[in-house]
Design a protein around this ligand. Structure first.
Ligand code: MLC
Ligand code: AMP
Length: 503
C-alpha cells in the first residue's frame, strides 16, 4: 500500500460509478467523478510547487469541491488545514502564519481581506466558492482526472486542526494518517456502517465531527451522504425519510424536537442517530425516544484524539453517559494534581491513549508536553466518572472552555481582547445556559476607577476581531470579580450568579 489514508478511504472507489453525494436540488455526484475532481486539484497543488508535508489552509463554504480538497491533499501527501468559515481575517492571519501554509483557499467574499495576509506570509492565495467556481477550480479544470498517488505512511501527517488553548493562543493539532484511519475503522465497525448507509450530513466540514467522523466512516464503508451546506430545519425534515443515519451536535436534536413535523413516521427509515461534541441532556435523550422510538447513540471525542468512547450499538445506550472506551482506546480517570489513577467511581481527569491520539501541537513542544504524557496518555481537560457498569459520564471540565452549539470558545482569547478595551480594568468570560446552543458567552467587566466603559463600542470592536460565535452575547459590569484567598477569579461563583440570565 503506497498511501494508507488515500488508498483506504478514497482510492478503493476510483472506478466506482456509485453515488457518493446527494446535493441540494436533486443532483448527485458519483465516487469516480468526485475523485476525478480531487485528482485535478492534487495535480494543480503539485504543479504550483507544493511538496509532501506542505500545509493547505482552506476557509471555504461546505461543498463537494471543499471535500475534494481534503481528498486531493491526501492523494498528494499534503496536510489539510480546514478553517471555520466564521473566522475573521484577523483570526485567519494567525493560522496561516503559524502553520506556514503554502496555499490559502478562500471564497471571493474573503479574498480582498486575505490578500495582504497571504502576501505577508508568503502563501499563494486562490479562490474556491461554494458553487464550485473560483481561480482554483479554473486552474485545475484542464488537468487530468488521474493523479499518481504520493507514497505516504501511517505516521505521516494528514491534517492540522487548530484548537484554542487556555492561554488564548490556538494550537495546531497534528493528526497523522494512522490517527484518522484507526478511528475510521473502529467507528465503522462499532456503528455498523455499510454501503447501504445514507448519512444525512449537515455538520460543517472544518471540524472533526463532520470531517473525520461522518465523512471518513462513509468513505470507508462506501456509503452515501446527503450533503447539506448547513443545518436547516426544513431541509433536514425534507431529507430525513431517505436517510439511514444522522450525526449531529445536541443543538440539532433540540431543534428537531422543537418541530412538530419531526415524528416517528419521519424517522422510520433511520437506523442510527449519533450525538457528540457537547453534552446531550438526558432529558433530550428521553424526549427523543418518546417521540421517535430511537435511542440516540452518544459518543465522546475531541480534536486531538478523534473519538474515544461510544455508547454501544447493540446494548443499552444510557442517557447522560458517553458509553465505553472504543476498541483500542485505553481510558483512565486520574487525580488532576498527582496523575495517579483513581478508584472506579471517583471523579477525575479523563486521560486517553491509543492509535487515535494525535502527534502533538505544531511547533509547540512545551504545550504538547503539558497535555501529552511521555507514556502516550493525553490529558483531555474533561472530568469524568465511570459507573459500576463501566459507562463513562462527563461531569465537568478542568479546562476553561465554553461549548456553544458544538463550537469551542476559549474564554482567555476573549478576555485578552476585553482587557484592552477603553475603561476596562479586567474581565472574566463565562458560559451561561442557553436553550438552543447549550451554553452562550457572557462577558463580565470591571471598570477602571472612575471610568464608564461604553459597552456598545466594545461590542463593535470585538466584532472586528472575533468570529460571531465567539462574541459575548451580553456584557455586564460588576464592581469586582469574585476571587478566592489565592486571588484566583472564581468563575464557578460567576456562573452561579448568572445561571438564570434567561437565554
Ligand atoms: C452560529 N452562531 C452561533 C453558533 N452558530 N453562535 C454561537 N454558537 C454557535 N455554535 C451565530 C450565527 O452567526 C448567528 O449570529 C446566530 O448565532 C444564530 O445563527 P443560526 O442561524 O441560528 O445558527 P446556525 O447557522 O443554524 O448554526 C447553529 C449550528 C452550527 C448549531 C447549526 O453552529 C453548527 O453546525 N454547529 C456544529 C459545530 C460542530 O460541528 N462541532 C463539532 C466540533 S468537533 P447572529 O449575528 O445572527 O446573531 C468536536 C469533537 C467531537 O467537538 O467530539 O465531535
Ligand atoms: P473539540 O476541541 O472541538 O474537539 O472539542 C472537544 C471537547 O468537546 C471535549 O474535550 C469535550 O469537552 C466536548 N465533548 C465532545 N463530545 C462530548 C460529549 N458527548 N459530551 C460532553 N462533552 C463532549
Amino acid at each position: 500500500m503506497t498511501n494508507p489514508l488515500y488508498d483506504t478511504l478514497f482510492g478503493q472507489h476510483d472506478q466506482s460509478s456509485a453515488v457518493f453525494l446527494h446535493l441540494p436540488g436533486g443532483k448527485t455526484l458519483s465516487y469516480a467523478d468526485f475523485l476525478g475532481m480531487a485528482a485535478q486539484y492534487a495535480g494543480y497543488l503539485t504543479q504550483i510547487g507544493l511538496t509532501p508535508g506542505d500545509r493547505v489552509a482552506v476557509q471555504i463554504e461546505k461543498s463537494p469541491q471543499a471535500l475534494a480538497v481534503y481528498a486531493a491533499c491526501a492523494q498528494a501527501g499534503l496536510v489539510f488545514l480546514p478553517l471555520n468559515t466564521a473566522y475573521t481575517a484577523e483570526e485567519v492571519a494567525y493560522f496561516v502564519e503559524n502553520s506556514g501554509a503554502g496555499v490559502v483557499l478562500c471564497d471571493d467574499r474573503k479574498h480582498s481581506d486575505l490578500v495582504p495576509i497571504a502576501r505577508r506570509c508568503g502563501a499563494r492565495l486562490e479562490t474556491l466558492n461554494g458553487d464550485g467556481s473560483g481561480s482554483f477550480a479554473q486552474h485545475s479544470e484542464p488537468l487530468p482526472q488521474t493523479f499518481e498517488t504520493v507514497t505516504r505512511s501511517e505516521d505521516d501527517l494528514a491534517a492540522f486542526l487548530y484548537t484554542s488553548g487556555t492561554t488564548g493562543r490556538s494550537k495546531g493539532a497534528m493528526l497523522s494518517q494512522g490517527n484518522l484511519l484507526s478511528n475510521a475503522r473502529t467507528l465503522t465497525n462499532a456503528w455498523q456502517f455499510t454501503p447501504a448507509d445514507i448519512l444525512l450530513h449537515a455538520l460543517p466540514i472544518f471540524h472533526t465531527h463532520g470531517l473525520f467522523v461522518a465523512t471518513n466512516i462513509t468513505l470507508l464503508a462506501g456509503g452515501q451522504m446527503i450533503f447539506l451546506p448547513k443545518f436547516d430545519l426544513d431541509q433536514m425534515i425534507k431529507e430525513m425519510p431517505r436517510a439511514t443515519t444522522m450525526m449531529g451536535v445536541p443543538t440539532f436534536y433540540t431543534r428537531l424536537l422543537g418541530d412538530a413535523r419531526f415524528t416517528k413516521e419521519l424517522t422510520a427509515h433511520m437506523r442510527l442517530f449519533v450525538s457528540g461534541s457537547a453534552p446531550l441532556l438526558a432529558e433530550t435523550h428521553v424526549q427523543f425516544e418518546d417521540r421517535t422510538g430511537h435511542r440516540i447513540l452518544e459518543r465522546y471525542g475531541m480534536t486531538e484524539t478523534n473519538m474515544n468512547t461510544s455508547n454501544p450499538y447493540d446494548g443499552e445506550r444510557r442517557a447522560g453517559t458517553v458509553g465505553f472506551p472504543l476498541p483500542g482506546v485505553e481510558l483512565k480517570i486520574t487525580d488532576s494534581q498527582t496523575g495517579a489513577t483513581l478508584p472506579q467511581g471517583d471523579i477525575g481527569e479523563i486521560e486517553v491513549r491509543g492509535p487515535n491520539v494525535f502527534k502533538g501541537y505544531w511547533q509547540m513542544p512545551e504545550k504538547t508536553a503539558e497535555e501529552l504524557r511521555s507514556d502516550g496518555f493525553f490529558i483531555t481537560g474533561d472530568l469524568g466518572q465511570i459507573d459500576a457498569d463501566g459507562y463513562l459520564s462527563i461531569v465537568g471540565r478542568s479546562k476553561d472552555l465554553i461549548i456553544s452549539g458544538g463550537y469551542n470558545i476559549y474564554p482567555k482569547e476573549i478576555e485578552l481582547l476585553l482587557d484592552e478595551q477603553e475603561g476596562v480594568l479586567e474581565s472574566a468570560v463565562i458560559g451561561v445556559p442557553h436553550a438552543d446552543f447549550g451554553e452562550s458567552v457572557l462577558g463580565v467587566l470591571v471598570a477602571m476607577p472612575g471610568a464608564a466603559p461604553d459597552l456598545d463600542q466594545i461590542t463593535a470592536k470585538l466584532s472586528k476581531s472575533l468570529a460571531r460565535f465567539k462574541q459575548p452575547r451580553k456584557l455586564v459590569i460588576l464592581p469586582e470579580l469574585p476571587r478566592n484567598t489565592m486571588g484566583k477569579v472564581q468563575k464557578k461563583a460567576l456562573r452561579e450568579q448568572f445561571a438564570t440570565t434567561g437565554w
